[in-house]
Design a protein. Sequence first.
Length: 256
Amino acid sequence: MRIKMRADDFNEEFYNDIAKQYDKGYHPENWERKNTTEQEIGFIASNLIRDGRTLEIGAGQGRLTGTIAKLSKSVVAADISEEMLRIAAERNKDKNNIEYVKKDIKELHLLSGYGQFDTVVFYWLLPHIEDMLNVLEIVRGAVKKSGIIIFNMWNKDSIYCDYLAKKRNEMEVRNAVSEHWGKGSVYTKFLTYNEMMQLIEDADLEIDNELNIGFVPLQVYRGGRFLFSVFKVTEFIGKRFFKHRCYNQLFACIKK
């Protein structure tokens, strides 16, 4: 299978360069990112096939790898960046059931055990690829029949995208943007909820569960001076009344 990717999408040198700073946004003091991580971990825990073989693609610095390892018999943590994997291994050195593999997603079919995993987890990866269907088909091939694939996409119709559109070029936000990280940038693609549904159908996957997270926080000011942001309130309201306006759409799909 052929993957259509921009030249700077998954460049090993680029991710090695940003490895040390990549996870800083998930520091416990950053409530927005901490809240996102907690919900992503909860979604994994609710949908991953327990005590099975799990593949994590784009493991990065191992933000989620430790949790996945606790729930799995064995884990293969794959990433294109050797430096990212080094940090992930150090972070999860107390776990003895994780194998770290340097692998580009284009080479996933060459991975030992491809087609025999019970669960695949890949967060924050699909939005950075132009040919999403091709990647989903490759990932689908990694699991057994009735296996689970847990992933996310970013919503073009989200309140957050509306917020971005006011700050940046409307068409740029509505189609694709480049997120800048020092020496380079990462292609990022947003889809409407209906486009997400069509993509999942085209990949011959069946949605088993989904979770809507990521709403623009309520920002509190006094005398024109910013005081703090409230995330719990907007998450609570958003999930109940505006769920398809969320920014981060999580899916757990079954391989038919």
